[in-house]
Design a protein around this ligand. Structure first.
Ligand code: 5GP
Length: 171
């Protein structure tokens, strides 16, 4: 299936000049969503065994949680500041449209666990870098990273050298 053709481009969102890629047109289409999840699973199976999937708020949850459930793995949410109820570790990071803080529960990843990071889109790589820092701070090993969409022209992969990175569609 041509998933690229199913994505909607929204100009000037959330700021003027940004060509925002809207994934909801894929999510609302049962066949397209299934094809997308199947591709995530195919890439995940190529990574060898892993223990847990990490996805960050909020679109990382949409793909990460069902993939974890389907593959018989746990899911760890990474959230914005102050949203997680238990003790957290945190990292400050730069994102495409500003700066923010991401947090993870301090017992969410165990030392030595192999972790798959999942997100909807790779732009500059800042969000993923923050996810990697959280995982590695807890002694986890990043088994791989899978995106639905990669904005190749932003060269986010350069920040992720040394990690196994896959994306389903690239612009
Ligand atoms: P990065 O940290 O790689 O610069 O930005 C990636 C993050 O920003 C992802 O978590 C993603 O959800 C969000 N993002 C940035 N641009 C877009 C876009 O055009 N479409 C979507 N769906 N998400 C975006």
């Amino acid at each position: 299936m041509d998933l690229k053709a199913k994505l909607r481009h929204v100009m000037d969102f959330p700021k003027e000049g940004i060509d925002f890629i809207d994934i909801t047109t894929v999510l609302q289409d049962a066949e397209a969503f299934k094809a997308c999840m199947d591709s995530f699973k195919d890439y995940a199976e190529q990574l060898g065994d892993f223990d847990v999937i990490v996805g960050s708020e909020s679109r990382g949850f949409i793909f990460g949680a069902p993939l974890a459930c389907q593959m018989g793995k746990g899911f760890v949410p990474v959230r914005k500041k102050g949203k997680l109820p238990y003790k957290t570790i945190r990292v400050e990071y730069d994102l495409e449209y500003g700066q923010d803080v991401l947090e993870m529960h301090e017992d969410a990843v165990k030392p030595g666990q192999r972790v798959l990071i999942v997100d909807d889109l790779l732009a500059t790589g800042g969000t993923t870098e923050a996810n990697i820092k959280l995982v590695e701070q807890l002694g986890g090993e990043v088994a791989g990273i899978i995106y639905f969409i990669e904005l190749g022209f932003l060269e986010g992969r350069k920040k992720l050298e040394g990690y196994k990175v896959n994306s389903i569609v690239t612009f």
